[in-house]
Design a protein around this ligand. Structure first.
Ligand code: DGL
Length: 248
């Protein structure tokens, strides 16, 4: 019998930053990672479009024997998690969100910059999180186009983008919430501009939570830790980058 897998998806390869954490907690699971290059980026798409895209990906992953789904994209989580949980109520759907509660728990008094896509920052889901944990010293920065250039891996463009868009926060913030799963790939470049800030990213907490859920539902497996990569554009280059980052 074919073993059951954990399905993970993002608009591209950014969700690898989430998968990396998951694998630390669950090394004996098999995974399918779905990178949706065709529809990348998600950041400025409307809610219904994102819901439809995520519904198709979820269906594809379930058809390929996935026992649970991890939405490794903050934008997709903000817009489609509720819909997917309603429609696929028989399997766990675990969704990443900007780690703003972590700031509340561990660094409440410090000025904070939340970086995320426009879609995430403007979403109802994020708005509720922000209202609940507001430390009244927070700047919200919709980083239009940033995930896109990270996806392309063009570091010259990334440095220029950050120079133009985050330099004004230098000396003003001590916490940075990485509210898009692509951003942990550029922490060095962010530090080069903002100095020694503390980063907050939801991946570790998500991984712990996923393990708890699978344990509770008796869904843990003892497999080989196989990771299968699917890209909706069949991009070999993305596949190479994905496995490179995963092995670092
Ligand atoms: N990794 C996605 C996120 O966490 C990127 C969004 C995009 O494709 O614009 O929001």
């Amino acid at each position: 019998m074919e073993t059951k897998k954990i399905g993970v998806f993002d608009s591209g390869i950014g969700g690898v930053t989430v998968l990396k954490e998951i694998v630390k907690f669950l090394p004996y699971e098999d995974y399918i990672y779905f990178s949706d290059s065709i529809h990348n980026p998600y950041g400025e798409k409307d809610d219904n479009t994102i819901i439809k895209i995520c519904d198709n990906i979820t269906q594809t992953l379930i058809n390929q024997n996935c026992k649970c789904i991890v939405i490794a994209c903050n934008t997709a989580s903000a817009k489609a998690a509720k819909y997917l949980r309603n429609k696929y109520s028989n399997i766990p759907i675990i969704a990443i969100e900007p780690a703003y509660k972590m700031v509340y728990d561990y660094a409440y008094n410090k000025p904070t910059l939340v970086m995320a896509t426009k879609g995430t920052i403007e979403s109802e889901k994020f708005h509720m999180l922000y209202k609940k944990y507001d430390n009244h010293k927070t700047y919200l920065l919709p980083c239009v186009g940033l995930a896109d250039i990270i996806e392309d891996g063009n570091f010259e463009k990334i440095r220029k983008y950050l120079e133009e868009n985050i330099s004004k926060y230098k000396g003003k913030v001590e916490n940075v919430v990485l509210g898009c799963t692509h951003y942990p790939l550029i922490t060095k470049e962010i530090k080069d501009i903002l100095g020694d800030v503390q980063f907050f990213h939801g991946a570790t907490n998500l991984a712990k939570h996923l393990k708890d859920v699978l344990e509770e539902k008796n869904l843990l497996e003892n497999n080989r830790g196989n990771i299968q990569f699917i890209d909706s554009q069949k991009s070999k280059q993305k596949q190479e980058r994905f496995f490179n980052i995963l092995s670092q």
